[in-house]
Design a protein around this ligand. Structure first.
Ligand code: FMN
Length: 439
C-alpha cells in the first residue's frame, strides 16, 4: 500500500464561508444544538476521517450582529461527541495564554479516557487582541512571550501526563492496594511562568498523551511546531507557499531530532463541489454575494491586531503599503503574511481581497467537480505540500455530504485514502507512535 492521505474535518459555524450561516442549504439546527455537531461528526466518520476539530477564539467578535462566532465551548463539546461517535478522532483548541496547565492536562486526559484514546489538543497561544480583555490581562501578551509561555506550558503538561506510569492502577480489592505509588511521581515544576507540584490526579490516558496539534505558522510558531506538534494545521492561499511551509517544517522537525513523518501537515482546503465546473463557480459566487464587506473589513482588522482599514476604498488595487508589516503584528502573524503575500502577488482590490478571505479566512478555496477536487488534492499530496487536509466545507452539512459521498470514493479508487479504519485511537489513525513515559 502506498502513502495515504489524512483528513480532518474542521467544524465551524454552519460552514467556513463567512455567509454560510444564512445559506439556504446550511443546517437548520441552532449552533448551540449538540445534535448539529453529532450529525456532522457522524458524517465525517462515515467518510473515515481521521478526526474532527473545534476551534475557539475566546471572544464574541465585533461583527456578531452579522456573523456568528460563538457556538459551544470545544472541550465540553468533545465529551458528548466521544459518546456519539466510535472511531473518529476528536480535537479541540485550548489556549496556553488563558488556561492553567494542571486543569488543562486533566481535562484532555479525562477526554482521552472517555473516548478510549481519540483525543487531540490544538495548542494555540490566542492571537486575538480583544481576548486579553476577558482575562484581566490587558494589554495582550506579546507574540514572543506567548510562545515562551507556551514552551514552558508544554513542559508542565507533558510531565503531568507522564506523572503516572502506564498500568499502575492495580485496583486490587482483595489485597487493598489501589495503585503502586512508587510509579506515581510529583513533577515539582518551578519555572518563570508556572509552579506545579503534580502528580496529575488521574491515571495515564490511553494514548499516553493526547495528540498534540498546532496551528501557528510564524517563525516562532514553526519552531514550536517542530519541537512539539504531531499534527499541524496551516493556512495557504497557494500551493507554492504550502510546499515551502511543508519542506521547512519537516527540516525543522528533523533538526530537533524528530522523525519528520511524525509531524503530519494538514493545510486547510475549502472546496465548493458541484456536478459541473460552471455550477460549482456559480455556487461559489452565490455564497460570495451573501457575504458582507463590512464584516470582512472588521475581520481583517482583527487579524492585524485592530489596525484601522476603514479609510481604504473598496475598488482600487491594494499595495503592501496599505498594510502594517507582518513582522510587527502581535496578533495572527502568519495569517497576515498570507494576506500581504497575496496582495503582493495578485494586487487585488479590497473588495476582491475580502471576497477571497470570506471563502475560508485565508485558507485555500476551490470550486470544481468531484474529479477536479480529487485531482487538486492529489496534486498537493504528491507535490510535497501536504500529508492530508484540514477539510473546511464552505457550507455544512451540504458540502461535507457531497465530499464524503462523491470525493472520498474517488480518492479510495486512486489508492490515496483508507477503505476502512484500521486503528482505534487518533494516534493510530495518524500513524503516530505512542509516547513512552519520559522521566
Ligand atoms: C486551522 C487553524 C485553526 C486555528 N484555530 C485557532 C483557534 O481555535 N484559536 C486561536 O486562537 N487560534 C487559532 N488558529 C491560529 C493559530 O493558532 C495562530 O495564532 C495563527 O495561525 C497565527 O500564528 P502565528 O502567531 O504563529 O503566526 C488557528 C489556525 C489555523 C491554521
Amino acid at each position: 500500500m502506498g502513502r495515504q492521505m489524512h483528513l480532518n474535518l474542521f467544524i465551524q459555524s454552519r460552514g467556513h464561508h463567512e455567509a454560510s450561516w444564512r445559506h439556504p442549504q446550511a443546517s437548520p439546527r441552532s449552533l448551540t444544538d449538540i445534535a448539529y455537531y453529532f450529525e456532522v461528526a457522524q458524517k465525517a466518520e462515515e467518510g473515515l476521517f481521521d478526526s474532527i476539530f473545534l476551534a475557539d477564539t475566546l471572544v464574541a467578535g465585533a461583527d456578531i450582529r452579522h456573523a456568528p462566532h460563538t457556538w459551544l465551548e470545544p472541550i465540553t463539546t468533545l465529551g458528548p461527541l466521544a459518546i456519539a461517535t466510535e472511531k473518529i478522532g476528536l480535537i479541540a483548541t485550548a489556549s496556553t495564554t488563558y488556561t492553567e496547565p494542571f486543569n488543562l492536562a486533566r481535562q484532555f486526559a479525562s477526554l482521552d479516557h472517555i473516548s478510549a484514546g481519540r483525543i487531540g489538543w490544538n495548542i494555540v497561544t490566542t492571537w486575538s487582541a480583544t481576548a486579553a480583555r476577558n482575562f484581566g490581562n490587558h494589554p495582550q501578551v506579546s507574540h514572543a512571550e506567548r510562545y515562551e509561555r507556551a514552551e514552558e506550558y508544554l513542559t508542565v503538561v507533558k510531565s503531568l501526563w507522564d506523572s503516572w506510569d502506564d498500568d499502575v492502577v492495580l485496583d486490587d480489592r482483595a489485597g487493598g492496594v489501589y495503585a503502586t505509588t512508587d510509579c506515581i511521581n510529583p513533577i515539582d515544576h518551578n519555572g518563570a511562568f508556572y509552579e506545579v507540584a503534580g502528580p496529575l490526579n488521574m491515571p495515564r490516558c490511553p494514548q499516553g498523551r493526547p495528540v498534540l496539534v498546532q496551528a501557528g505558522s510564524s517563525d516562532a510558531g514553526r519552531d514550536f511546531a517542530a519541537r512539539h506538534a504531531e499534527a499541524v494545521f496551516t493556512a495557504h492561499l497557494a500551493k507554492s507557499t504550502a510546499v515551502e511551509f511543508y519542506h521547512d517544517l519537516k527540516i525543522r522537525a528533523k533538526a530537533h531530532g524528530r522523525e519528520p513523518a511524525n509531524v503530519v501537515i494538514l493545510p486547510g482546503f475549502s472546496p465548493v463541489i458541484a456536478g459541473s465546473e460552471t455550477e460549482a463557480h456559480r455556487a461559489a459566487e452565490e455564497l460570495n454575494e451573501l457575504a458582507d464587506v463590512e464584516v470582512g473589513r472588521l475581520r481583517l482588522s482583527g487579524r492585524f491586531g485592530g489596525h484601522d482599514f476603514s479609510h481604504l476604498p473598496l475598488d482600487r488595487p491594494l499595495t503592501t503599503d496599505d498594510f502594517p508589516p507582518p513582522e510587527t503584528v502581535e496578533a495572527a502573524r502568519s495569517r497576515t503574511q498570507v494576506i500581504v503575500g497575496m496582495v503582493e502577488r495578485e494586487k487585488p482590490t479590497l473588495r476582491q481581497l475580502l471576497a477571497k478571505l470570506a471563502g475560508a479566512r485565508g485558507h485555500f478555496t476551490f470550486a470544481g467537480t468531484p474529479e477536479q477536487v480529487a485531482d487538486e488534492m492529489e496534486s498537493w499530496f504528491k507535490g510535497g505540500a501536504a500529508d492530508g487536509f484540514n477539510l473546511m466545507p464552505p457550507v455544512l452539512p451540504w458540502l461535507l455530504d457531497v465530499f464524503v459521498d462523491e470525493v472520498v470514493p474517488l480518492l479510495q479508487r486512486r489508492g490515496l485514502y483508507r477503505d476502512s479504519y484500521e486503528g482505534a485511537t487518533l494516534r493510530e489513525h495518524y500513524r503516530l507512535p505512542r509516547p513512552a513515559v519520559a522521566r
